[in-house]
Design a protein around this ligand. Structure first.
Ligand code: GLA
Length: 386
């Protein structure tokens, strides 16, 4: 949605004129899945699709919010800890509370917001919403004194404290820090990151949305995290001097040493995580050399790991991956948390038409509905538009 349209929606549903407009994107992730809450590496980039909001401080203690996409209005006080009921408003309320905790004197405001990140596609529509409001509140009430990484953490804490998803930092980080034409490699243990220009001449990235709704709330996502924590606890019990905080601090030998005392399912998941940390580093090296075939091969390895060991795939995503492989696509895998959503595919330009047509046809034949082809364009992170 453009600036003019969101302003008009604001005027229609809240009255008067908005005084500012903000936006934040969704994200893709090249590789490094379920590694963020394990202190490992991720390789995301922001996309052009995102969330936009028109904003105006209202001089009260109440937030009055209108969701354009859901045609839903609510108002809720900053001083009532219960907050609103509907999750799309809980994100806004949660971010406001988290920004207060970070020292911002948050006041009431009126807002209308809308987005074009497909919901439930694993492209982080919720992080886009959180980052939009964290950025807006920092700009409007905090003189931009809260650091960008802290804005991302306010979004993540919103998921933990107001939504119930114990997510890592990747999605909010990518949304806040995104940069046109660049992917980012983030070390989730140290918080250090680098921008990598993304301009392969002979390849393109494309998402295929299975349209199986991915929903992390109440999903086995939190169980996966718990499995990893169980293994870290077992390793710390056996090697107290290690003081491991996450699986990133553990080695294959540590894992081997506790494998008989842990639940085999937890061990299988931990193995995936250690493998995934190694794969992100291999992909970084391959990118430095311009070796996209290796990048693609690692993507397939990630898919198999996510499907067989981490068990976050589903039949439709495995099917999309198989079709990609059959078509000779360079790399393909589940993207994001899993349990539905998209695959991300690294495709040679000369195969692009063939792949995108074939995958739509074959999927529709089998499941009776067409998957959605989403070409990836790497865009900018959180910003004020007007
Ligand atoms: C979701 C979470 C992220 C990350 C991914 C899996 O998108 O929000 O923190 O854990 O799943 O990589």
């Amino acid at each position: 949605m453009d600036i003019q349209t969101i302003r008009e929606k604001f005027t229609k549903h809240l009255g008067g004129e908005a005084t500012a407009v903000y936006a934040s994107p969704g994200r893709i992730n090249l590789i490094g899945e379920h590694t963020d809450y394990n202190g490992g590496f991720v390789f995301p980039g922001a996309v052009e699709q995102g969330m936009i909001c028109a904003f105006r401080p209202n001089g009260t203690r109440v937030i009055r919010a209108y969701s354009v996409d859901l045609k839903d209005y609510d108002e809720f006080s900053l001083d009532n800890p219960a907050g609103p009921h509907a999750s799309h408003f809980r994100y806004v309320f949660g971010v406001a509370c988290e920004m207060k905790k970070r020292g911002v004197d948050v006041q009431g405001f009126d807002t209308a917001f809308a987005g074009d990140v497909p919901l439930g596609a694993g492209m982080s529509s919720s992080a886009a919403l959180e980052s939009t409001f964290a950025f807006a509140i920092n700009d409007q009430f905090g003189d931009n004194k809260v650091e960008k990484m802290e804005l991302a953490k306010a979004g993540q804490a919103t998921e933990h404290n107001y939504i119930g998803v114990n997510c890592g930092i990747m999605d909010q980080f990518a949304s806040v820090f995104g940069k046109k034409g660049h992917l980012m490699r983030l070390d989730c243990r140290s918080g250090e990151f680098e921008y990598f220009p993304w301009n392969p001449k002979e390849y393109r990235l494309v998402l295929i949305n299975s349209r199986v709704k991915h929903e992390l709330v109440g999903s086995p996502y939190n169980d996966r995290r718990r499995s990893c924590e169980n293994v870290v606890a077992a390793i710390n019990a056996k090697f107290p001097e290690l003081k491991a905080e996450t699986l990133r601090d553990c080695t294959w030998d540590h894992l081997e040493a506790v494998k008989d005392t842990c639940d085999p399912v937890d061990i299988k998941r931990a193995k995936f995580v250690l493998g995934e940390v190694d794969r992100v580093l291999a992909v970084s090296d391959a990118l430095e050399r311009g070796d996209y075939e290796t990048v693609g091969q690692k993507m397939y390895e990630t898919h198999y790991g996510l499907s067989r060991d981490y068990e976050v795939s589903c039949e439709e995503l495995d099917f999309l991956n198989d079709v990609a492989f059959d078509c000779g696509v360079t790399g393909s895998r589940i993207m994001g948390g899993g349990f539905g959503g998209c695959t991300i595919n690294l495709v040679r330009n000369n195969l692009y038409e063939l792949f995108t047509t074939t995958v739509v046809e074959r999927f529709a034949e089998k499941y009776g509905k067409k998957p959605v082809v989403i070409p990836v364009v790497i865009g900018d992170g959180s910003r004020r538009l007007a």
